[in-house]
Design a protein around this ligand. Structure first.
Ligand SMILES: Cc1ncc(COP(=O)(O)O)c(C=O)c1O
Length: 295
């Protein structure tokens, strides 16, 4: 078993960079260097895999299959993600198999999403049952699964009600809108209710225009500017500067990741989070915990 560790260096660099890193345009005998024994690769995606492969894989004609898929993808898909050069074909439990039949241990799943393994029988049964019963209905109607799921989430969390969205970035878009609407609703006579936002250094909140505006790293935002105005980035954990800005009363909401994921694994202190809670309560500001990638 060779160990291939693909590190998270820069998840949003164009995929071309990755192709260069792995020299994918050349006829490499093995895209992961498996044929060359133990190696650590630094790539631009999060995939921690244990690769079950023998040197006999190197140079096999089948390896071209991966290459073909990657080249075809480059022609027909917009290259917004820098992928590790692995073409996955199937999975069972925590094992994954690529198109050449090599086996991997899946240690990242959907990056903190859908970490249920592959082909789980209970999950499969539930999906088939639901698809057979009622496949997809629009939001124009009520449907039982939505209500059942919301009931369970409310019963097992702090929340009174649930808003379903398709992605983390949409959850943040909704939170942006809820915050502004909340400020208008709670200050009906105010000429200029609070519309601004506080976000923190090293934060990541998503790729749609509002969530992007709350994301601190310049290189995520700059290609798409102007993004939503009115966001101030403060030092993560800095109580004093945050207090001063919240007290000015222009902040509709403070967005914070209790544990920052995309920007590195940085945990807010309990003291900082407790301070945010009470400062926001005092000022009538909403506090949004973005825990999209925390499981
Ligand atoms: C803290 C945080 N917020 C929001 C998002 C965006 O989620 P999505 O990719 O589902 O839009 C992510 C994704 O990595 C995240 O880590």
């Amino acid at each position: 078993m060779s160990s291939v560790h693909v590190c998270l260096n820069n998840p949003l660099s164009p995929s071309r960079t990755l192709r260069r890193s792995f020299s994918l345009h050349r006829e490499t005998p093995s895209l992961l260097g498996i044929g060359n024994g133990r190696r650590t690769l630094h790539a631009i995606a999060c995939l921690n895999v244990e690769v079950e492969a023998t040197d006999s894989n190197a140079g096999k004609p089948g390896l071209l299959k991966s290459k073909e898929v990657m080249e075809t993808e480059a022609r027909v898909l917009v290259g917004t993600y820098a992928r590790a050069p692995v073409v996955l074909a199937s999975g069972k439990g925590c094992k994954l198999y690529d198109v050449e039949g090599r086996e991997y241990l899946d240690m990242s799943a959907g990056i903190a999403v859908n970490a249920l393994g592959h082909g789980d029988e209970d999950w499969l049964k539930a999906v088939v049952e639901q698809a057979t019963t009622l496949t997809h209905v629009s939001n124009m109607y009520y449907s039982l699964p939505q209500v059942e799921l919301a009931k369970r989430l409310v019963a097992s969390s702090f929340a009174d009600r649930v808003f379903f969205s398709n992605s983390g970035t949409e959850a943040n878009e909704a939170a942006i809108k809820f915050s502004r609407k909340f400020q208008r609703y709670t200050h009906p006579d105010a000429k200029e209710p609070a519309t601004e936002f506080i976000s923190f250094t090293n934060s990541f909140h998503g790729r749609t225009m509002g969530a992007l505006a709350l994301t601190s790293k310049e290189h995520y935002r700059s290609p798409f500017e102007p993004v939503m105005p009115g966001v101030t980035f403060l030092e993560y954990g800095n109580i004093q500067v945050t207090k001063e800005l919240i007290q000015q009363g222009r902040t509709a909401a403070v967005f914070v990741e209790p544990i920052q994921g995309e920007g590195g694994i940085y945990s807010a202190t309990k003291e900082f989070l407790q301070f945010l809670r009470s400062a926001c309560d005092d000022a009538g500001t909403l506090l949004v915990f973005d825990e999209v990638i925390i499981c």
